[in-house]
Structure formats: C-alpha cells, structure tokens
Design a protein around this ligand. Structure first.
Ligand SMILES: CC(=O)SCCNC(=O)CCNC(=O)[C@H](O)C(C)(C)COP(=O)(O)OP(=O)(O)OC[C@H]1O[C@@H](n2cnc3c(N)ncnc32)[C@H](O)[C@@H]1OP(=O)(O)O
Ligand SMILES: CC(C)C(=O)C(=O)O
Length: 953
C-alpha cells in the first residue's frame, strides 16, 4: 500500500492542527474544506456549530482534567504522580470521549473523506495496529507528540509550507492593523443599520433551517404513505377484477398500482436523501437576497442556529410593529442607478409658522380635502374626509387643508372634527399636522375658518383674494387699492382672533402684475401673514416662468425673508408638477399638492409625483431638497382617495400610482428587469408601499384566523378595533370560501365597505333575483331596519338591479309612517316620509381580477322633495346628494348594498301634532326614543321640522 500526501493535504493538516490549538472553528473549517474533507455548501452554519461544539467539548475535557488534578492535590496535600499505566488509562478515556464526539458528529454532518485523507487515516491506524501487535503499550500519540511540538515551533516543516504560513500570518496582522482604523467606520455602519431597522427601512426575517428540513421530511413521508395505501388498494382491486375475468378494468388498476408503487419508491429515496444527506444545499428563501436585484439595498447576517435576513420593507411577510411604520424619521433617496448603500436619514425640522430651521426642507401642504374636493364628482362626506385626514397624517404631510369651513355646515363640521382628532395626535417625535381652513377675505369666512380649526394643536387660517387684473375687474369689481386694503385688514383680523399661523394667497398670481404682487405681498407680511402662497390658479405658466415668478417675488418683496413662500399650481396645461418643482428650486419651501392630483378642472400638482421627484432627485439635482413624507403610505392614500372619489378615474399609466406604473409588458424591458431592476425601474414599488406580491408571506385563505387578517390589514395601513375586525372577519371568510386566495385589493374593498360606511339605517339581509331574456326580472329583498325588524318586499323591474332597487323602495315606503309613543310631547309622533329620489350616479369597479373578483359599487342619489338643509352662511336651501357603496362578489348584491347604504338619509323625522292617520296611510307603532333638541326647531304648520336626523334607540 503506497501513497503520498499532497502539499495541500499537508498544509491542511497543519492548519487543522493550528485551528484546534487556537480553538478557532473557522480555521478548522477552512482547513477541512481545503483538504476536501468538507464539502462547502451554501449554509455552513450547522457545520461551524459542530466544529465549535467539538472544540468546546475538547477544552472542557482538558479543564475537567485540570480540575480533577487540582482537587486530588488539595485532598492529598501534595501532587500525586500517576503511574505510566494510569496515565495511559486516562489518555485512553480522553481519546475515547473525543472519538465519541467525532462519531456523533460524523453521524449527521457533511463529512466526506477524500482518498488521500482516507489514506492518511488508514496509514495511522495500520501503524497503530502493528505497533500494538508488537507491544500492547504502543501509543501512536506518544510518537506523534514530538512532531506536533516541532510543528508548533515551526521547525521541520517544509520551507514552502512555512513561507505560506508566514504570509498568511502577515496578512492577518496587516488586516488587524487596517481594521484598527476601520473600526470607527464599522461601528458607524452598524449604528446606521440598527437605525434603519428601528425606522422600519429594514425588516428582519429568521429562517429555521432545521425546522424547514423537518417539515420537508414529514411532507415526503405523508406523500409516500398515501401512495402506498393507494398502491395496496389498487393491487387488491386488480386481483379481484382479474379473478372475475374483468380484464380491462383489472389492467387499468394494475397500471395505476404500478404508478403509485413508483411514487412510493421515489418517496423512499427522497426520504433517505433528506434524512441522510441533510447538508445538500438548501433552497434559499423566495425573497432571499440572492433573488433580489443587485440594486436592492439589503444586509444579510447569519447566526449559529438560523439564517437571518435583513431586507427592505415591505417585501417580507413579517409584520412590522405599527410603531415602526409610524416613524416620522425621514429617509432621503438614492439616485436612481446608485449601488446599494444605506440612504442618509434626515429629521423633520421643528415647526415654526414663518421659519424652517433647515433651508432644504420642503413643507408638504395637502389640499386634497379642499381643492381636491372641488373636483367635479368628488364630494366627500365628513366621515370620508376624516378617514383621508388620518391617512394624510400617516403620510406625514406638514399641513392638511381640511376644507372651506364657511362653505357649509357639513364642511365646517368636517374641518372641526379633523382639527379635534387628527390635529391633536402628536406622535412620539412631536409630529402633528397643521390643520388649515380656507376662507375668502371677509370676516365671516375667516371667523368660520378659525372656529373650525382653533382646537387643533397647530391651527392655520388660509385667506385669499384675487390680484390679477381680470379677476379684480370682472369678478371682485374692486380696485387694486381696495384689494390691498381688504387683504391686509383681513390678515390682521385673522391674527387678531389669536391665530399666529396665517397664510395669504393672491389668487391668479400667475397672471398678476409683478409690481402689484410685490406691493400686496409686502403689505400682508406687515399685517402678519406667515406664509405667502403663490397660486397659478388657471395653470397657465410654464416651469421657467413660474420659477422666475417665485424668484422675482423672493428678490423684490419687502419682508419676504420673514415668511415661507409656497406654490399652488393647477394642471390645466399638464405642467403642475413641473411648475411646483421649479418653484421649489427658486426658493419656495411649501408646496401645495393633492393626492392623485385631484382638484378643480384638470386638477393640482399631485403629492405623489412631487414627493417622489424630491425623494429620487432631491439630493442630486434639486440642491438637497427633502420632505417629511413617509412614502410607504402613498399607495394606500391614493387608493383611499380613488375609492371615495370613484367618479374620478385616473389612467393606468398615471405616474407613481397608476395601475401600470410598475408593470412591464414588452420583452426587452422584461429582459432588462430580470437582469437588473435598475435598467427600467427608477423607484422601487416598496418605496411607495406597493406590494407587487406577498408570495413569501402569509397567504390569506379560508383557514386564516383573525390574527393573520389583522396583521395583514395593519400592513395595509388599517387599524381596526375589535368590533370592526369581528365584522370584517366573517365577510373575509365568506370571500375566502369562494376564492382560492384573498388578495390585498379584496381586503381593501371589504374594509372600505365595512368600515368607511357611515352607520346604516337599513341592512341588506337577503336578496333573490331572477332575470334573463324570457320576461321581466323579479327581486325579493329582505332588509333589517335599525330596530332589527325584518321587512320583505318583491318587485318587478327591467333588470336585476332595477327590480331589487324597486323592492328596496317598497320597504322604505312601507316605513313611511311610524309613530313613537314615548316622545316627550303628548300626541307627538315621528314619521319617515318616502320621497322620490333621483339616481345621480351608479358606478361599479371590479377591484380584483378574474371571475370571482370583488365588485365595489357606488351609488349617489338625491331626494327630490327633500326639506333641504340650509347653507351655513346664507341660510339658503340647497339640495344634498347622498352616496353609499357596497362590495361583494355578486354584482347585484354589491349594487343593492350600495343603494341601501344611501337610504340612511331618506327618512326624516317629522313632528306631527295630530294623529297622523290619513296623512300618508295607516301608521305603524314603533318604539323610538328621540332626544328633545330635535324638536326645538319644530314648525307645527309645515310638519317638516328637522333635517335628516336618525333616532337612536
Ligand atoms: C381658486 C379657488 O379654488 S378659490 C376656492 C373656491 N372654492 C369654493 O368656492 C368652494 C366653496 N364655496 C362656496 O360654498 C360658496 O361659493 C361660498 C359659500 C364661499 C360663497 O357663496 P355665496 O355667498 O353664495 O357667493 P358666490 O360663491 O355666489 O360668489 C362669491 C362672492 O364672493 C366674492 N369673492 C370671491 N372671492 C373672494 C375673496 N377671495 N374674498 C372676498 N370675496 C370674494 C365674489 O366677488 C362674490 O361676491 P358678490 O356676491 O359680492 O359678487
Ligand atoms: C385659494 C387658492 C390657493 C387656489 O386654490 C387657487 O388660486 O387655485
């Protein structure tokens, strides 16, 4: 038996020896890989752990031995000398214990002994055997000891090996020296990583590889058992059929049996593979860094037990605590094609109305609820406004223009509600949005605005008057002097109310005379304005013109250095975003924008576009501008506004939030994306909170529970209370039972339907329709009234929706007249009067794909004979429209739900001094309790007393 030891095995043995000597598991592993003893796999964690275990165990044994000797010495009072036999016995025990460790390791670890190594081991064991045969006291370790000592002293080793060893040691020393100076950088990098974790820019995912392997094994065993049972049954069947000469089915059963037998065989092989070859490379997680584009910024760490991956939000399934999502720390973006490196974090400067401590910070003033609501078809209810305001606060907008309080009682109430709630929620970092109300330059409007916003932590009044020649002459019919006087006196009036944050806008500034602008702006600054907003009211300017306008105002307006300049760009020529950015570059530090760019006529500059341009290019091409927006809430905000303003559709190719904004159709683009996302994608969808898929995460289905549902909803930005969650849960279950997978869009539709609806008077209980081409459609509808009573009606119609709507009308009509016998006034009663309604809008969106998509329907109605609510200021009546929406997989059900939701406004309370029988058919007695204030406006002559109030039971 001849063989030689190659230099790399010699070097490896030497390194292993040093590794054990220095108790360095990495060195041992490296050496074993070098010798070919270990097969390097993707995941060496388990192997390293084993090496560490071995070294620890080795050290523990030496320590135990030392302790034993010391104890014996203490006991005896002198050091006991062991006989040679005793020494040998001890050593044997030690070696046996080490051997046991090695055996237990070898049983389940990826060791592969290469031929040369086997040769070395065999040579040693043969030598040991021969020695022991000649003399039982022969001990190969004793013989090897001097060589080992020599090796430790680097003597006798080949020059080549020693040189290499010296080089390695030199490299290590120089690295250590280098690291001494790099340590500060590393600590900084670590601190940054931790900070990103805290901010929620990174998520942590832990994989338990052992558990995953175990699950794989269990699955393989289950499958194999199933196949074995099937094969057994089929062989029995085949035999019985064959004995009864039923040949063809017998042959079929035999073939099937053979198929399942193969499955069993395959399963057994797979089971063995998983059991005995656990070191086979384990598949990386689906969202693992290796599958991510190189442009994605991530960190990956490994622990001894598990693989730990840090990935950017929100591509991973691990739900981040809401507290992290709510962070208001600002992250500026990387340039589009940059290589991965953590982006610098910036903090929002403290809020001072007329000053921004950081000259690069741009305030985001959101006017979705004011200018946005001026979009035809975008009327919002107070509840919808409040929901949007909450989302705007999540986004981190600096100022929310909540409405025009003088416009109506409703708008006043909405602004007041927002100021009270959203305007008082100060987060842990001191952030709370400014709540602003718009007013014309007159005392009535300004007073209403102040009354509505004054309870906010940071209230602002925004007052405006037109300054262009055409507006002053034809609309206001006022001279320049009059306009200046009105403007400055009204700003002064606003300040006199106690408001120290007053914004002034010279309406149609884009077409106003420059000198006049400088003059009026100077005057309002003197009067106490803190922000000057420069509106391009008709969207006529181009970016260079608008930028010049801002620059000129900045250069020529007296006192301008004491206020913030703002932009407000309409989109009539499609230039609003460009103009806004041009204004910011010229010195504006507040930009007025709306979600999805909604607004009067062609809309406004869109928040998402302006914010994302600043995020993507602020640092590199906009001189370092940045905002305080948490862009991950953009998608949610956009969807909310889209949902409540369903009449306002935006194109699929809308920048940032359009359905196609991150979709790729053509092959060349797809190819580029697959190779490197940066080839076509300048914004990562995760940056705006868009999840293209949650494949790696929780898949919600019919077996999911409330926790999973709540987590997912939290990730989508909804924080539901228990009652709301309980309601949505069963609807979610119903959807999940019909659909294979409930998508985020399904959930959003369900939540919008369940949570964003105001309290309904009527509830759809059951619905049955028949329709087709053979005759008229019929519908049977069962509604539940507020007091829980069931009402059923049937009707014919020209289609399923029409017949169902008519049946709903029949029920509501039957309830025309109800009496209450527990009113505080004798003989008084309440009646709900049926009124003809006009259906103003009926729109339906399939929010998800496929035949089982959820359809959301929105219906807007107007009561024709209504006793109209009166205008807040003019006291003139106006006709109100009411909307309702419904969601469901059945489009007729969804439509009827939406219609029923509108019906909450139709009933009205009427004070009837006399017995109402004969007024509108027989009265039904019900038990309702109503509070006295409802009757304060009683007008006994007209019978109609109050606007649509709903009695509470
Ligand atoms: C450019 C913009 O987006 S500005 C904001 C526009 N938004 C809205 O108008 C929505 C809310 N508006 C409303 O509800 C109503 O228009 C109200 C309640 C404000 C006023 O209603 P009304 O009193 O009926 O007045 P109406 O709207 O018909 O006419 C406006 C009046 O205000 C005057 N006016 C217009 N702008 C201003 C101003 N900035 N400051 C003072 N007066 C003004 C007009 O000259 C006109 O006065 P006149 O009646 O003496 O001719
Ligand atoms: C009230 C002002 C800011 C306005 O909306 C406009 O001029 O477009």
């Amino acid at each position: 038996m001849m063989g030689s030891i190659s230099p790399n095995i010699r070097e490896g043995l030497l390194e292993t020896f040093y590794g054990v000597y220095e108790k360095d598991p990495d060195k041992v592993l490296e050496a074993m890989v070098q010798m070919g003893v270990l097969v390097p796999t993707g995941d060496m964690t388990a192997v390293r752990r084993t090496a560490q275990f071995f070294l620890n165990s080795f050290e523990e044994r030496l320590a135990a031995q030392r302790r034993e000797r010391e104890m014996a010495t203490t006991e005896l009072g002198f050091k006991k000398q062991l006989t040679k036999e005793e020494k040998m016995e001890k050593r044997k025990q030690r070696l046996a214990a080490i051997g046991e460790d090695l055996l237990s390791i070898a049983a389940d670890q990826p060791f592969r002994f290469p031929a040369t190594f086997t040769f070395v081991v065999r040579a040693f064991s043969v030598l040991d055997g021969i020695g022991k045969g000649l003399d039982p006291r022969f001990d190969i370790t004793e013989i090897a000891k001097p060589y080992a000592l020599e090796l430790l002293r680097f003597r006798e080793a080949g020059v080549e090996v020693l040189l290499k060893d010296f080089r390695k040691r030199w490299d290590r020393q120089s690295r250590a020296f280098h690291n001494l100076f790099r340590q500060a950088d590393r600590v900084q990098k670590l601190a940054e990583t931790i900070q990103r974790l805290e901010q929620g820019d990174l998520k942590l995912r832990v994989r338990t590889l052992e558990a995953e392997r175990a699950f794989q094994r269990v699955a393989a065993v289950q499958k194999t058992i199933g196949s074995a049972v099937a094969a057994g049954s089929l062989i029995n069947l085949a035999t019985i059929l064959f004995l009864h000469s039923i040949r063809v089915p017998a042959t079929a059963a035999s073939i099937l049996c053979a198929f399942f037998s193969f499955q069993v065989l395959f399963g057994i092989i797979k089971g063995f593979t998983l059991l005995f070859l656990p070191w086979l490379p384990f598949p990386p997680p689906r969202n693992s860094p290796s599958l991510k584009s190189p442009s994605t910024d991530f960190f990956s760490l490994r622990t001894q037990q598990n693989s730990v991956f840090l990935l950017p939000l929100p591509s991973l399934p691990v739900p981040l605590p809401l507290s992290l999502l709510k962070t208001k720390t600002i992250t500026s973006s990387l340039p589009p094609s940059s290589s991965p490196s953590p982006s610098p974090s910036l903090t929002r400067p403290v809020y001072v109305p007329n000053k921004i401590p950081d000259p690069n910070y741009v305030r985001i003033f959101d006017t979705t609820l004011r200018d946005g609501e001026q979009s035809p078809g975008a009327t919002l209810t107070s509840k919808e406004k409040l929901d949007i305001a909450r989302q705007l606060a999540k986004l981190g907008v600096d100022i929310i223009e909540a409405g025009f309080p003088a416009a109506s009682k409703d708008d006043f109430e909405a602004v007041r509600m927002i100021a009270n709630e959203v305007g008082n929620q100060v987060d842990s970092e001191g952030y709370v949005p400014v709540i602003c109300g718009l007013s014309r330059c007159n005392e009535k409007d300004i007073r209403a605005a102040w009354e509505a916003v004054k309870n906010a932590k940071r209230p602002r009044i925004h007052t405006f008057i037109a300054t262009s020649g055409i507006h002053m002459e034809y609309k206001l019919r006022k001279s320049k002097e009059e306009v200046v006087e009105i403007a400055s006196s009204m700003v002064r009036f606003a300040r006199s109310l106690g408001c120290d944050d007053v914004e002034f806008s010279p309406e149609d500034a884009g077409r106003s005379e420059r000198e006049f602008l400088y003059h009026i702006l100077g005057e309002v600054i003197k009067a106490g304005a803190t922000t000057l907003n420069i509106p391009d009211t008709v969207g006529i300017t181009t970016p260079s013109e608008f930028g010049q306008l801002i620059a000129d105002i900045k250069a020529n307006t007296p006192g301008i250095e004491n206020v913030i300049i703002s932009t407000h760009c309409q989109n009539d020529l499609g230039l609003s975003t460009a103009n806004t950015l041009s204004g910011a570059c010229a010195g504006a530090r507040q930009v007025e924008v709306t979600i999805n760019g909604i607004g009067e006529r062609a809309g406004n500059a869109s928040l998402e576009e302006v914010v994302m341009v600043i995020k993507c290019r602020g640092e590199h091409v906009l001189g370092g501008l940045y905002t305080g927006i948490n862009t991950r809430h953009i998608t949610m905000a956009s969807k909310m506004v889209f949902f409540v303003c369903s009449a306002l559709h935006f194109p699929a190719h809308k920048a940032i939030v359009g359905a196609n904004a991150f979709a790729l159709e053509s092959g060349i683009h797809q190819d580029g994306m697959l190779k490197h996302k940066g080839t076509y994608e300048i914004i990562s969808p995760e940056d705006i909170g868009l999840e293209r898929s949650n494949d790696a995460g929780i898949v919600l289905g019919k077996l999911s529970g409330r926790h999973a549902l709540k987590d997912r909803l939290n990730e989508l930005g909804y924080e539901l209370d228990d009652a709301q969650l309980g309601n949505i849960f069963w609807r979610f279950k119903a959807v999940a039972e019909t659909k294979k997978r409930v998508t985020d869009a399904d959930l959003i539709a369900l939540v919008s339907d369940e949570v964003f609806q105001p309290e309904n008077v009527w509830k759809l209980h059951d619905l049955q329709v028949t329709c087709g081409t053979l005759g008229l459609s019929t519908a049977t509808v069962k509604l539940l009234s507020a007091d829980g009573e069931e009402h059923v009606a049937c009707s014919l119609g020209t289609g399923p929706v029409d017949s169902a709507y008519k049946a709903v009308d029949l029920i509501v009509k039957a309830m025309d007249f109800v009496l209450s016998d527990n009113l505080p006034i004798p003989n008084a009663c309440i009646c709900f009067r049926k009124e003809p309604v006009t259906l103003l809008e009926y729109s339906m969106n399939a929010v998800t794909e496929g035949i089982d998509a959820i359809a959301t329907t929105r219906v807007v109605i107007r009561g024709e004979n209504q006793h109209e609510p009166t205008h807040a200021l003019t006291d003139e009546p106006f006709q109100r429209t009411f909307s309702g929406s419904g969601a469901g997989m059945d489009i007729v059900v969804s439509s009827v739900k939406a219609y029923v939701a509108c019906k909450r406004f139709e009933g009205r309370i009427v004070f009837m001094p006399e017995n109402p029988v004969g007024v509108n058919g027989p009265a039904t007695k019900v038990s309702l309790s109503v509070t006295l204030p409802i009757f304060q406006e009683a007008d006994k002559d007209t019978l109609c007393l109050v606007p649509a109030f709903l009695p509470t039971k």
